[in-house]
Write a protein that binds this ligand. Structure first.
Ligand code: ADP
Ligand code: MG
Length: 261
């Protein structure tokens, strides 16, 4: 449905439910998107995917985003994770705008503050489980810095692999692991730099129901015990029900889902 304002860049003043800081962002929230827009160009036409997404995720919250295939869930998660830039609207992390940062600042933010996991794990096939978990630290530090702290880093990685139940698979290559084990390794890798926010794109999408439930259990306890904020995309309402709150992407916008829906 079009209200004739679709392409407008001036956001109408919107009602706020929370108090704002000086910059106008909601207080106490970890990540906030305002009027986010994104289109993809196909031939000569722009196909709008996100048409004005408003989303506030509180610190320590576990939010699920559901929506049909093609509704823009991955697109939204990529924007929140600064992997891609919106065409319109803004994103703030801890009260600071992040959607317009230069590339190097975005890289640093992703490396230090965000952890990401994906449906297909994206482990490096030639590295062992332990090396895969260490990889973000190698990328995030100078060679000398990593070398000096290698023992501490190694014990952090080992502790995380124990935490996700993979202590007995540290020296295995990804091809020697099951799907559930690869996702556990990917979770440990996402956590190794102690992120504040975990962005998970269909983390159980490639797993059987039982293994998916185990992965959800790990995410649930990371959220409760480590107070990790989680934004998880899933097409499965049963998986989403285990989050604190669910929103649905419909027609390029976010709508609230009641727990009894
Ligand atoms: P979901 O994750 O909900 O399945 P996506 O965010 O992956 O949806 O995709 C939303 C829509 O945008 C789909 O129609 C998809 O084909 C399109 N799309 C996604 N990424 C691109 C891209 N890089 N180029 C062109 N179209 C894209
Ligand atoms: Mg997707």
């Amino acid at each position: 449905m079009s209200n004739g304002l679709e392409g407008s860049t001036t956001a109408a003043p919107r009602p706020r439910t929370m108090s704002q800081n000086a910059a106008g962002w909601s207080r106490g929230c970890q990540i906030e998107a305002v009027n986010l827009k994104k289109s993809y160009r196909k031939g000569l036409v722009d196909i709008p995917v996100l048409r004005g997404v408003d989303l506030v995720v509180q610190q320590g919250e576990f939010l699920a985003i559901i929506g049909q295939s093609g509704s823009g869930k991955s697109t939204l998660l990529h924007l929140l994770g600064t992997l891609d830039a919106p065409d319109g609207g803004t994103i703030a992390f801890n009260g600071r705008r992040i959607d317009n940062l230069p590339g190097s600042d975005r890289d640093a933010l992703r490396n230090r503050s965000f952890g990401m996991i994906f449906q297909f794990y994206h482990l490096m096939p030639e590295l062992t489980t332990l090396e895969n978990v260490l990889a973000p630290l190698m990328i995030g530090e100078s060679a000398w810095g990593f070398f000096r702290r290698r023992r501490r880093h190694r014990s952090t990685a080992e502790r995380l692999l124990e935490l996700v139940g993979l202590g007995h698979r540290m020296n295995h290559l990804p091809r020697e692991l099951s799907g559930g084990e690869m996702q556990r390794a990917a979770i440990a890798r996402a956590l190794v730099a102690r992120p504040e926010l975990l962005l998970a794109d269909e983390p159980t999408g490639n797993l059987d129901q039982k293994t998916g439930a185990e992965i959800l259990q790990i995410l649930r306890s990371l959220n409760r015990q480590e107070k990790l904020t989680i934004v998880m995309v899933t097409h499965d309402p049963a998986i989403a029900r285990q989050a604190d709150r669910t929103v649905r992407l419909v027609d390029g916008r976010v709508e609230t889902v009641n727990s009894d829906d």
